[in-house]
Design a protein around this ligand. Structure first.
Ligand code: IPE
Ligand code: IPE
Ligand code: MG
Length: 229
């Protein structure tokens, strides 16, 4: 049944396939990450234009440290460059930036750039773009439960929810994973409890706003029951 009023508040994306995109074109994997960063900007500004409230992008997982050192180092440098170039774009589009994940594992320099970007976009009232950085859902839930304990609070869903990195942010309505893989890879396990899922064949560097628009119109046709009838 079509439900035209069914517009999502929170879209979460597992941006996957950068390496394969590059390899298939005879390029180094890093070229795929470089291209992927451009798509982050395109999709973020599109979501901002559409009036979406939250866009959460999986940029680096707690498991991605196991990749070759050279790739990890490239990704860290790319993040630093990304924040430097994106600040103006965030401000131009009234986009508030927020990071989730355990940032303490990053270099002091990168932590500072992340912190500065959060502060400088704090006043923005449009889209909130959330980047999941050294993010793992199991790690996030474990940290949340520790925080609940430290406050001598009862272990309840509400108290856990309020101590997640995503505290105060609506649950995920749409989860998208690019690149043809059909798995969630430790991403927002708590927040996707009732998300509608979409898996695209396209690799992240070739994902377009047209494809996102198609997903959004498909989403409107889905009937969400949340356990009811
Ligand atoms: C996603 O692309 C980006 C990160 C995980 C940082 P991948 O790097 O996982 O690309 P594939 O999946 O190997 O093609
Ligand atoms: C998930 O992709 C993490 C990010 C997109 C940052 P991976 O490429 O790391 O996931 P797996 O290893 O295919 O499950
Ligand atoms: Mg991958």
């Amino acid at each position: 049944m079509t439900n035209p009023t069914n517009s999502p508040s929170h879209i979460a994306i597992i941006m996957d396939g950068n390496g394969r995109w590059a390899k298939e074109r005879g390029l180094k994997r890093t070229a795929g990450h470089e291209e992927g960063a451009k798509v982050v900007r395109e999709i973020t500004t599109h979501c901002s234009d559409l009036g979406i409230k939250y866009l959460t992008l999986y940029a680096f997982s707690t498991e991605n440290w196991t990749r070759p050192k050279i790739e990890v180092e490239f990704l860290m440098k790319l993040l630093e460059r990304y924040f430097k170039s994106e600040l103006a774009i965030y401000l131009e589009n009234n986009v508030k930036f927020k990071a989730i994940g355990d940032l303490s594992k990053f270099s002091k320099k990168l932590q500072k750039v992340i912190q500065d970007t959060q502060e400088k976009t704090q006043h923005c009232t449009g889209l909130t773009q959330i980047l999941a950085l050294n993010y793992g859902s199991r790690d996030e839930i474990t940290r949340a439960i520790k925080k609940v304990n430290e406050q001598n609070l009862e272990i309840t869903e509400e108290n856990i929810n309020n101590n997640l990195d995503t505290a105060g942010i609506d649950d995920v309505d749409i989860l998208i994973r690019t690149s043809g893989e059909v798995r969630v890879s430790n991403y927002m396990l708590w927040q996707i409890a009732y998300a509608e899922m979409f898996f695209t064949k396209s690799y992240w560097p070739e994902f377009t706003k047209i494809e996102l628009d198609d997903i959004l119109s498909d989403f409107k046709k889905r009937e969400r029951r949340f356990g009811g009838i």
